[in-house]
Structure formats: structure tokens, C-alpha cells
Unconditional design. Sequence first.
Length: 332
Amino acid sequence: MEILVTGGCGYIGSHTAVSLLEAGYDVIIVDNLCNSKMDVIDSIKKITGKDVKFYKGNVCDYALINKIFSHHKIAAVLHFAGLKAVGESVSKPLLYYRNNIDSTLNLLEVMTKYNCKNIVFSSSATVYGSPQTLPIKEDAPLTTTNPYGSTKLYIEGILKDVYTADNDWNITILRYFNPLGAHKSGLIGENPNGIPNNLMPYIIKVATGELPILNIFGNDYDTPDGTGVRDYIHITDLANGHIKALEEVLKGSGLKYYNLGTGKGYSVLELVKTFEQVNNVKVPYQIVDRRPGDIAACYADPSSVYQCLGWKAELNLEDMCRDAYNYVIKTK
Ligand code: NAD
Ligand code: UD1
């Protein structure tokens, strides 16, 4: 059965492509490589021993998406393609709205044309804004504080309207918490260029000596040690969550929303300490001012996804720290 994976060369898409191939699906990837490299395709093939079809191009390109659907009998789409840097979205909002929303509209139009009405969409815990209650359930109030988050919320709205207009659609919206780690092979993972915005890539660059010191953004939050608390989830668990979501979509599930998180929050200091212990390295840090827009704590209530899909995270923070570092060391 052929599954189209948009953004399949990226961090989450590539790990999910591996899980899909291992589960016996045929995978077609479309990616314009704006935030990834083509080598990933070879790595996916190497890990799984299976072939992947790859189209280099933009999901905003109607002719390309039409061509892909005309050449393949696609049963469902996992839609990862999108820009995701919060800070950049504030300085370039139109780029984010154009890329993330246009690509989704285009995809949905072509899917409608070919009567492929099964889609799993990558949303984010960012749609919960600054949560009023923890842990966060799927029916918590939604709001965003930046254009990136707004694109996720608008796309969720578009998908809901598409479903309302035509109940033949099966649409699952997955709201990811904070994915970390890498495939255990060390062949795929996350290693952004330049100075990273997110915590784990920054820790790694300090551990490898590429950056001198980790800045911890505030230790005066209302959390056990004062540093920010997040629900970190291993990328392999996250990828496997997509397989469960896809299985349900293919059975005909209607419109669903699931949190993909572990349900447990860890502080920045806990993450740094675990990383140092597991990898036997030092990560020098200093406390600096809070980062504007940051929230104190954010973690999921993952009970709904467990009850409905039987999915829960299996790997722990040590696995995330070990695998994240292993990937970077191996590819250095
Ligand atoms: P990523 O940047 O590693 O992967 C996204 C991929 O999409 C990249 O390979 C990029 O080249 C491609 N892409 C972007 N726009 C495209 C377009 N118009 N046409 C074709 N390809 C395009 O990001 P990721 O971390 O793998 O995230 C995947 C999805 O999950 C994104 O939609 C992101 O917003 C969402 N998400 C990510 C996180 C996270 O922490 N990584 C958290 C919540 C949600
Ligand atoms: C960020 C995004 C969010 C996105 C998520 C996953 C912001 C404001 N939010 O979430 O929309 O869905 O990434 O891509 O960018 N920290 C430090 N020092 C650092 C980096 C981070 O102390 O150098 C702290 C942060 O204050 C936070 C925690 O580490 O408490 C995690 O930060 P990060 O990895 O950037 O993720 P989020 O802010 O949760």
C-alpha cells in the first residue's frame, strides 16, 4: 500500500518513513530539501533494506503533486512538510503562511481530485499556547503566540472545515510535544546548521565543543528547580505513533486529535544532567534571562491516544540523550 510522506527527508518524516517501511508500507517521499539533505533517502534505504521513491520538489507545486498522484495509487498522506522555526516565523510571517498553508491547500485539492481522503497532519503542542491546566488534554483551549503556531492552528481549522463539508475524509491531527533523539542506528537524526534554537541541538553543540556554553533561559519559573519543564518524547516513539494513527485512518476514523507526548515533564537542568551522565561528557551552562515567549511548563495527557490507538511512549530520557548524541558523533 502506497503512502505519501511530505517532508519525508526531515527529522520526523525520515524516522516515520523508516517505521512505515518496517511496517510493510510502500513509501513515496516528496521534499524540496529546504531543511534537509538527500542523503537521508540512502540512510532510510540502508536502515530498512527497502526502496523508497523520492520526488524532489515543493508541495506548493500543484503540477508536481498532481503528477505524483497520477503515477501512484496513494492510500493516505502523512503531511510533515512545513517550516518550523518560531523566531524566523516572527521575522518572515509571509514565508511561513505561504509555505505551510499553501502546501496544505494544494495537497488537499489534489487529494480530493484523486479521491484520496486519508491524511495525518503534523500539528504541535504550540497550539495550546500557555496552558492553563496541566497535563494538557486535547480539548484544552487553543491559542498561539507566533506565526508558526498560527499556521498550525489555521491548518487545523482548514482540515476541520474539509471534514465538515465531506465526512468521507479521515483526518488525524497529531499534536507533538518535544521530540528528541535519533534512530538507534545513528544514521538519521537531527543536527541543524548554525546556532540552534532548540535545547537538545544546543546541548550537543556545547558537548562537542562547537559552542562554548549553554544558556539556560531562566531559573525563576514556578517549577521544581525553576527551569522550564517540557514533555520530551523519543523520535522513534513519535514515529511509531504515526503508524497507529495511519492504521486508524485507513479503517475510517473521521476527524481525530491526539497528543503525542509521554505525559511526563522534565526540567532543563534534569535534561542537562541526564545528558552528561549518559554520555559521560560535560555541558557547561549559565543561567540567563528568560527567552521571550517561553512558558514555564508544558506536558501532555496522553491517555486518549493510549485508549484509542493503544499507543504509548516506550523510551525514556536516557534513551533520548544517548541516541541524540550518538547520531551527531557518528556523522561528525
Ligand atoms: P524538518 O524541518 O526537519 O522537516 C520538514 C521537512 O519538510 C524538511 O525536510 C523540509 O525540507 C521539508 N519542506 C518544508 N517545506 C516544504 C515544502 N513546501 N515542500 C516540500 N518540502 C518541504 O522538521 P521536523 O522537525 O521533521 O517537523 C516535521 C513537521 O512536524 C513540521 O510540520 C513541524 O512543524 C512539525 N512539528 C515539529 C516539531 C519538532 O519539534 N520538530 C514539533 C511540533 C510539530
Ligand atoms: C519550541 C517552540 C515550539 C515548538 C518546539 C518544537 C519556541 C518559543 N517554542 O518549543 O513552538 O513546537 O520548539 O520545535 O521556540 N532552553 C534553554 N536554552 C536553550 C534552548 C532552550 O534553556 O538554548 C529551554 C527553553 O527555555 C525551554 C526548554 O529549554 O524551557 C525547551 O526549549 P526548546 O527546545 O526551544 O523547545 P520549546 O520552547 O518547548
